[in-house]
Design a protein around this ligand. Structure first.
Ligand code: CA
Ligand code: CA
Length: 398
């Protein structure tokens, strides 16, 4: 096996003239959740993140991290944009004390097994975990809960005094659009910064965002491997919570729950705007964001019924929705079990589930519609969901 790696490396070296690893790092992170405009309680979730990067796309093929306490980890490809980025995690740990015990000071070694520069290795002499500096938090979080769409928003945070960590430090801030399930915007600030401005173009009517503010410091070490690539040991405390952009008139937004279903992200939902007499005045298929957050715009005005239907779930109607004002908190809970998508849980759903019972996607008798909980197999748990909701039917126009 070793010789295979070496041959691969020689071929790669022939194609790429020099070692292309440009950086590698060990990051100690402690993550907090904020409620209100005050510092979060000191009960973080902790992770170690190891990363190695190359400026050349597709350059790194496999790599491992050797730790003094927890054995070896495989790094995997998490590349984004140009270049290659490999990463692995250890955690989560429920406290900084648990984390420190699992990650003692010592030599952490990156081994690049195959890729442009392979084989090669680099070490980081890791110091004891130190989370002694401030926990970041937003001092104006409460004012960010109903942001006006399209307008710049000021965010402020507490000072980062970073005892003992000067000068390699920064404050980072970013937002992820939970509704659209995309990274939205971010900025790396000087450590002295106590705020930033979210551009109004990033704030979309009815969308919910997760923010993250981080205090980060690092020790940069050179010439420990990979032909002089930069290596860092990074300490980071970061705090997050949700913020919301208020819905404009004509926007319906909220959080949709797919009952007994694991992972709503990316699920299609057909929404209808229905008049009193049952006429469907608008129909769209939208895609759920993280945790089921959604938003859609309609040109229909007046007070209407809004319906929601996913292929495995019964249609649910929310009546008397006033579209002359923005709707931020329409939070439907859909009932599971409609395998054949006819808006009722019946013997036909049961028969379809029975035909696919005990299968995964690898089996000829697999039927994805019958995987009611979305765990990738059709089991007694899917049957129980159907059984609990048997004979129920969804909303239909009267
Ligand atoms: Ca059905
Ligand atoms: Ca299942």
């Amino acid at each position: 096996m070793k010789s295979v790696v070496s041959i691969t490396a020689l071929l790669a070296l022939a194609a790429v003239s020099h070692a292309d690893v440009n950086g590698y790092a060990i990051t100690y992170s402690a993550s907090y959740n904020q409620i209100g405009d005050v510092a979060p309680p000191d009960n973080p979730t902790c992770y170690l993140t190891a990363s190695i990067s190359s400026l050349v796309a597709g350059d790194l093929l496999s790599a491992t991290l050797s730790t003094p306490s927890l054995g070896d980890f495989d790094l995997y490809d998490a590349s984004y944009g140009a270049g290659t980025y490999f990463v692995c995690y250890s955690g989560p740990f429920a406290s900084t004390a648990d984390f420190a015990a699992a990650h003692p000071a010592g030599t952490y070694t990156f081994n690049l097994l195959t890729g442009g520069a392979a084989p090669g290795s680099g070490t980081i002499e890791v110091h004891p975990a130190d989370f002694s500096y401030e926990i970041p938090y937003l001092t104006n979080l409460s004012s960010l809960q109903m942001l006006p769409a399209g307008l710049d928003a000021e965010v402020t945070w507490n000072p980062f005094t970073r005892p003992g960590f000067e000068p390699d430090a920064e404050t980072g801030f970013y937002i992820v659009d939970y509704t659209a399930a995309v990274y939205a915007w971010g900025a790396a600030e000087t450590p002295e910064s106590t705020g930033t401005t979210i551009p109004g173009a990033q704030l979309i009517s009815g969308h919910t965002y997760a923010y993250n503010v981080a205090y980060r410091s690092w020790e940069r070490l050179n010439e420990q491997g990979f032909g002089g690539a930069l290596s860092d040991q990074v300490y980071e405390r970061n705090t997050g919570a949700l913020i919301h952009c208020a819905a404009n008139p004509g926007t319906v937004a909220g959080k949709l729950t797919l009952s007994d279903y694991y992972y709503p992200l990316g699920q299609p939902v057909t929404v209808q705007v229905v008049a009193q007499d049952g006429t469907i005045e608008d129909e769209q298929t939208i895609t759920l964001g993280y945790e089921g957050y959604y938003a859609f715009d309609t040109a229909v005005t007046g007070t209407k019924t809004i319906t929601f239907k996913n292929p495995r779930f019964l249609r649910l109607a929310v009546e008397n929705v006033d579209l002359s004002v923005g709707q931020d908190f329409i939070n439907p809970v859909l009932i599971n079990g409609d395998v054949d998508d006819d808006n009722a849980v019946t013997i036909f759903d049961y028969l379809a589930l029975s035909d696919a019972f005990d299968s995964t996607a690898a089996d000829a008798w697999w039927d994805a519609r019958a995987d009611l909980d979305g765990d990738g197999t059709i089991t007694i748990f899917d049957y129980l969901i159907l059984s609990n909701n048997f004979d129920l039917s969804g909303w239909e126009p009267s």
